[in-house]
Design a protein around this ligand. Sequence first.
Ligand code: PLP
Length: 391
Amino acid sequence: MSGLDTRVVHAGRDDFRALGVHTPPLDRSTTYPLTSLASGTEDIDELAAGGHPVSSSVYSRLYNPTVARWESAVASLEHADEAIAFGSGMAAVTAALLAAGAAGHHVVALRPLYGGTDHLLTSGLLGTRTTWTTADHVADAIEQDTALVVMETPSNPTLSLVDIAAVVEQAGEVPVLVDNTFATPILQRPLDHGATWSLHSATKALGGHGDVMAGVIACDADRARTLRQVRIGTGAVLDPQAAYLLHRSLSTLALRVRAAQGNATELAARLVDHPDVVRVCHPSLPSSDPHGLVGRQMDGPGGILAFEVAGGLSVAGRVMETVELITPAVSLGSTDTLIEHPAGLTHRIVASEAQTSGGITPGLLRVSAGIEDVEDLWKDLDQAIGVAASG
Ligand SMILES: *Cc1c(COP(=O)(O)O)cnc(C)c1O
C-alpha cells in the first residue's frame, strides 16, 4: 500500500486513465438505462442485498458512482474494506445504530460525546436504552442485550483521549463504534485498534472548507452490506455534488490537518501561560494525554483545542464576541479558525450533570484551528481575551 500522503491524492482515482479523465466524473443521474430486464433484475437483487451493481446502478438512491468513488478513497485511508457515505454525520450515526441492531436495545456509551449523538441516545428517539460510562468501566456496563459500544476520541469538546484497543477488549463480542471526526484518518485509523466502525462527520475536516454536509462510516465488507441496506431503506444518501467536493477536498486533507495541528499546538502552548486562562485542553499537553496515546494511537495531537477563561460564562461570551479574524461559529475542521462555546451551543442539549462531569464548564471555549498565519491567530485571540477579561 502506498503512503498516506500519496493515497489522499490518488485514492478512488484508479480508473481515471481508462476513462480519459483527470478529475472525478460528477454523475448526477437519478436513474440509469438498463441493457435488459434480466440484467436490471440481477442488479436490483445485488443492490437490495447491500452489494455493488453488476452492470447498472439502476437508481441513484441505490448506488451512485461519484459517491462510490469517494467512499473507496475513504476506505483506503481508514484501512477498511469499504466506506459508506451519508447525507450528514448524524445520518451516519443513526445508520450505525440501526445497522448494529441498537434500536430498541441497549447501548453502552462513553461521555463526553458529540452533543447530537448524546441527545440521540439519551432521548430514546430510536428506542435505545443507554448506559453512560467511562473507559475504565465498559466491561461492567455490558449486558446480555448490549448491541453496541459508542465512543469518541479525541472527545468533543474537552479533547480527552480514550484508548480504543482497551475499550474493544472490554467490549468483548460487542462491536465498537468510534467517532473519528476529530482525528481524521490522517492521525488515527480506529479499525487498526480493533474498532468495528470508524465514523466521520465529513462536514468537518474531510470536507474542510465549510461548504459540504456529509457523514461516512468505514468498516468491513459484511457490515458495509448492512449499512448500504439501511441507507437504501432510510434514504439517507449523500448528494453526488457533495461527494465530488469531498473527493476534491481529500487531496489536501493531509496538508490541512498538519497545518491546523501546528497552529493548534502553538496556540495551546501560549494559552497555558496566559494569565486569564485557567485550563487548556489539547492532546499536545501532557495533562490532556495522561496515557501517552499520541504517538501510539494517534499520529499527532490534531487541530482542535479548548480552553477555560477565568470569570466563566460572561468572559467566555465576550471573547467570542470580540474576536475579529477568528469566526464565532459552531462546526470545526475548516481552513479558517472558528471559536464556540460548548455549554451554550454545541453541548446545550446535553444533560447538565453530564456537562459538569464531562468538564464542559461555563468558561470553556472550543477553538478549531485553521491554516492561517499563527501570529495573526494569536494576536486576535490574545486581544479578545484581554478585552473580555478587563470588561
Ligand atoms: C459535527 C459532528 C457530528 C455530526 O455531524 P453532522 O455532519 O453535523 O451531522 C458527529 N460527531 C462529531 C464528533 C461531530 O463533530
